[in-house]
Design a protein around this ligand. Structure first.
Ligand SMILES: Cc1cc2nc3c(=O)[nH]c(=O)nc-3n(C[C@H](O)[C@H](O)[C@H](O)COP(=O)(O)OP(=O)(O)OC[C@H]3O[C@@H](n4cnc5c(N)ncnc54)[C@H](O)[C@@H]3O)c2cc1C
Length: 492
């Protein structure tokens, strides 16, 4: 029998790809990552005027890591958490910038839980750094995967620098190649996959706000750094998140039709000045126009697939489920995919009895992938739908009185609730997919972002029954008020 280590290929060195590679390497696999882009860690230079790191991170967006994503990273390789935390900016809550110029603070969690904001390319670079430090991981940048052959278990790869093409064989393949996944495209043709793809009617443009300078000439943030800033304006919205360099990466979301009516960035100015005057004066018209000029509009795509696997090939992260970013869960769910898949693979490897030859046990690998696909689908559909619902809050809801009252009731009931702590720690989540369903009152946002022991499906179900209870109590109180009023009137 072949005593070579089992051979895995990972397509894409984004967060899901790198973490998958690290988890496979920890299970004893020889892993090769193919990434079509160049190495993000190549030297960069700092623009002294703006404070922006130019070249690769020029168009990077900021992502928020929540406990769900952190638990996944911790489960796979705890040593990555510290370098990540050093670069991330903790966000305690959001600051809502209202149309009348006033602002309100909304904390994410009464228990003090935070989100951690980090530039996407910086996160990928930290994960790549950890991957290449492992003896049994090789990364080939500027290598594009073109196709997958499910019969021969091979990938067709092209070196985009030399234009040379070649075939690579594998025992296991993970497609983590993002929303426009090539691996998914080939899975779709090779299996009975249900697949849907939908472009949102809204698009976004990135805008960077440079740091300011304090009295001593040191960089300072122009907005409070430890909050996510939101400007809800009906159909459109603006979001700003701090970088570790004290600048902000922002995204302006608006219907495609609004952007389409503007022929040049200048056409956007009257609208921006009337809807986001504080933001325009913060950045200055000249810098705003430069940003709008340099940053193309981007689309948001929602994809759903089922199943995610065939044989010893599986897709995860955005390749399997692209969701809208309004709950900040695309990355977090992608990292959670890796955590769950690695638990199932480890269990299968241990159950196979002969771990050193697990790579040749295609049946066991494919059964683990099937189990992953069947068990994971409901949760991924749930987070896709929850994220879509959150778009309303970003555009309008956060600024409304009804949202604030409901949030207050949610928080009070949560504070009174007996069960505030997770049943499982991050360490327990190395072995367990989720914990038992928690009792007591827990706000939906807390369950989605800060309770990795609760699956998205269970969180949605629990939140729906809490919502029904609030509605019933509200209705009963309303009836009580009307009853008392009519009783009082009957005595006049
Ligand atoms: C505006 C915006 C804001 C967001 N904010 C958040 C947030 O706050 N929190 C959050 O959790 N999520 C957020 N997301 C979602 C998050 O960015 C994604 O879910 C996450 O990056 C998915 O990671 P991934 O590794 O699956 O895919 P990707 O990050 O897309 O990585 C895929 C990798 O595969 C490579 N690749 C593609 N095709 C090939 C090929 N053929 N061969 C070789 N390599 C290939 C790509 O170059 C890339 O490096 C946001 C998304 C957007 C658009």
């Amino acid at each position: 029998m072949n005593s070579q280590p089992p051979k895995a290929v990972v397509v894409g060195s984004g967060p899901a790809g790198c973490l998958s590679a690290i988890s496979l390497a920890n299970l004893g696999w020889q892993v090769t990552i193919f990434e079509r882009r160049r190495d993000l860690r190549k030297p960069t230079h700092q623009n002294v005027e703006t404070g922006f790191t130019e070249t690769f991170r020029q168009r990077s967006i900021n992502l928020t890591l929540s406990a769900r994503g952190l638990a996944a990273i911790y489960a796979v390789d705890g040593s990555i958490v510290e370098p990540l935390m050093q670069q991330a900016v903790p966000l305690q809550g959001r600051i809502v910038h209202h149309s009348n110029g006033k602002t309100t603070k909304q904390y994410y969690d009464t228990g003090g839980e935070c989100l951690y904001c980090i530039e996407r390319d910086l996160l990928s670079a930290i994960l790549v750094e950890r991957a290449v430090s492992k003896e049994n991981i090789q990364v080939h940048f500027q290598h594009k995967v073109e196709s997958v052959d499910f019969e021969k278990n091979t990938l067709r790869v092209q070196n985009t620098v030399s234009a040379e093409g070649y075939a690579v064989n594998f025992d296991l393949c993970i497609g983590a190649d993002g929303s426009h996944s090539v691996v998914r495209r080939h899975l779709l043709a090779a299996t009975r996959m249900e697949y849907s793809q939908h472009y949102m009617s809204h698009e976004y443009v990135q805008i960077r706000v440079p740091h300011g300078l304090d009295g001593a000439g040191n960089p300072k943030s122009l907005l409070p750094a430890n909050y996510l800033h939101v400007w809800p304006r009906g159909d459109s919205s603006l979001v700003a998140m701090a970088n570790e360099n004290k600048g902000f990466n922002c995204a302006l979301f608006a219907p495609r039709s609004v952007f389409a009516t503007m022929k040049s960035p200048k056409d956007l100015l009257p609208w921006l000045k009337s809807d986001f005057p504080d933001f325009v004066s913060l950045l200055g018209t000249k810098q705003l126009l430069t940003e709008l000029q340099n940053n193309p509009r981007s689309q948001m795509i929602i994809t759903k697939a089922n199943p995610y696997n065939k044989g010893t090939v599986v897709i995860l992260g955005d390749a399997a489920h692209s969701i809208v970013p309004f709950d900040g869960q695309g990355l977090n769910s992608a990292l959670e995919d890796v955590r769950i898949l690695s638990i199932l693979l480890r269990r299968a490897q241990e159950a196979s009895g002969d771990a050193s030859h697990f790579g040749q046990n295609a049946t066991a690998i494919s059964r683990a992938f099937e189990e992953y696909s069947e068990g994971r689908h409901g949760d991924l559909v749930a987070i896709s739908e929850l994220s879509m619902n959150s778009h309303y809050n970003l555009r309008r809801g956060f600024a409304t009185l009804s949202y604030m009252i409901k949030k207050h009731i949610d928080n009070v009931l949560y504070a009174l609730s007996a069960q505030k702590n997770a049943n499982l720690t991050f360490s327990d989540l190395k072995e367990n997919i989720y914990g038992p369903l928690p009792s007591g009152w827990i706000p939906l946002y807390t369950m989605v972002s800060f309770r990795p022991d609760v699956g998205y499906c269970a969180a949605r179900k629990k939140a729906a029954s809490q919502e029904r209870l609030i509605e019933r109590v509200g209705m009963a109180l309303g009836l009580l008020v009307v009853g008392c009023a009519s009783w009082a009137l009957s005595f006049r």
